[in-house]
Ligand binder design. Sequence first.
Ligand code: NI
Length: 173
Amino acid sequence: MDLVIYPDPVLRKRASPLPEVDPALEEKIREMFEILYREKGVGLAAPQVGWSVRLFVVNTSGEPNPELERVYINPEITEASGEILEEEGCLSIPGVRGRVARYEQVRVKALDLQGQPIDERVTDLHARVIQHELDHLDGILFVSRLGTTERMRAAKTLKQLEKEFKQRTGLRA
Ligand code: NI
């Protein structure tokens, strides 16, 4: 399992719901957390490791502490309010950061790794990460939510990543 980098097409695909939560997921999710900590992120969606299913992991502390790890399976946002503009980045788009408007608070429903329902209201960074990761499950990258100026600023780095992807895979994104 490896971190997938822009413009890999899996990042643009809508991920499929997981039909069931079974113990076999545990090992893959462990690996996702390892990648998250290695890359010093706060959230990672399954498509970012080439696994096109509706699942993401979050640890807003960035510290490798199992007690702070959250797994969201088949998540949906059922309520949202407020708006806040803050800087974001994405492990799959190295070198690009920019401000994205997100809801300040969201209510999220999902299943956890034990298959138990999650229904929680979250705010601030946690709410932002959930919206960013949920976008990944719909094939949406944060760069497409940037304002015009920041999107133009990002364009050069994106071009470079596209070039590197082509060299690495022989594919044109
Ligand atoms: Ni991301």
